[in-house]
Design a protein around this ligand. Structure first.
Ligand code: SAM
Length: 287
């Protein structure tokens, strides 16, 4: 059994990566509370924001240290010094799991490189919470996080995902969510399914699944729907059968002259397309 299940701290100086609630404070685990109360240093993305959580749980931090995306390398150095002095350090961000579209990954890599243990104290994560109620990622998922903010770069990023087979999980800011969904509709097509998860675990939590064609109208139906925090999950592309336009053209020419099976075999030889897919197209064409 992992020691930390019974006692909040490990025997050796360690970094604890602690998840905090997305909204509902009751999602904060007793173990997360005990860990933050026991460590020597808490590194927080925004110390003022995190102080509210600490106050709510009556946690008196011995030392609070700021670690955000602009000072992560320098703060990592300070944290490694603390560990070298035998101290325990916890990392938290404003909400959810650190290092998931949040600072933390570089710190974790540096601490591990320096030879110290990094231990997770798991809890809320917006992507996982949304996936758990989406019902469209049975085949797996790909976490994308935030797309680029500028329209052209966002569209280019979406273009690279057009053939992605797994469901794709995006984070998006409220002031960009409608434009982002409009771009997704244009690039992924109107029939692809989207799952919208808004304000998870908060007062105005809302979730909805629909074809991308209907997403614009869903937002337009209520101005409040573009407010808050969003996870967007888009179903992956249908499995391509590997038969491209050139293979279909060759198959068509051969079918005009030859029996079906021979045409399929030859088309597969010539184009490299899979026989099974070609066979299905050949039956379709003969019909
Ligand atoms: N590390 C966090 C996690 O574990 O999910 C994510 C941090 S990232 C800076 C913030 C983004 O997460 C938001 O812009 C939104 O896309 C998503 N998010 C955070 N809280 C959410 C909530 N309650 N409901 C829906 N999405 C949320």
């Amino acid at each position: 059994m992992n020691e930390s299940i019974v006692s909040p701290l490990l025997d050796m100086p360690s970094l604890y990566v602690v998840a905090t609630p997305l909204g509902n404070l009751r999602d904060f685990s007793p173990r997360a509370r005990d860990t933050l109360a026991a460590v020597d240093v808490i590194a927080a993305e925004d110390t003022r924001h995190s102080q509210r959580l600490l106050n709510a749980f009556d946690i008196h931090a011995r030392r609070l240290l700021a670690l955000h995306r602009h000072n992560e390398q320098q703060a990592a150095g300070q944290i490694i010094e603390c560990l070298a002095q035998g101290q325990h350090v916890a990392l938290i961000t404003d909400a959810g799991t650190p290092a998931i579209s949040d600072p933390g990954a570089r710190l974790v890599a540096r601490v591990r490189e320096a030879g110290y243990t990094v231990s997770p104290v798991p809890g809320a994560c917006a992507a996982v919470a949304a996936l758990s109620v989406a019902g469209i990622a049975e085949g797996g998922f790909r976490f994308i996080g935030f797309l680029p903010a500028k329209t052209q770069s966002r569209r280019s990023a979406l273009m690279t995902l057009i053939n992605e087979r797994d469901a794709m999980v995006f984070y998006e800011a409220p002031h960009r969510v409608e434009a982002c969904v409009a771009d997704m509709t244009e690039i992924f097509g109107e029939v692809r399914e989207i799952f919208i998860a808004r304000e998870l675990s908060k007062l105005h939590e809302e979730t909805a699944a629909m074809p991308l064609a209907r997403a614009g109208a869903w937002f337009a139906a209520d101005a409040n729907r573009a407010r808050g925090e969003f996870v967007l999950i888009v179903r992956g592309a249908d499995a391509p059968d590997g038969v491209d336009a050139n293979a279909l053209r060759v198959l068509g020419l051969l079918l005009d002259e030859l029996p079906l099976k021979t045409a399929v075999c030859l088309a597969a030889e010539i184009t490299g397309a899979p026989r099974k897919g070609l066979y299905a197209h050949a039956l379709e064409q003969r019909r």
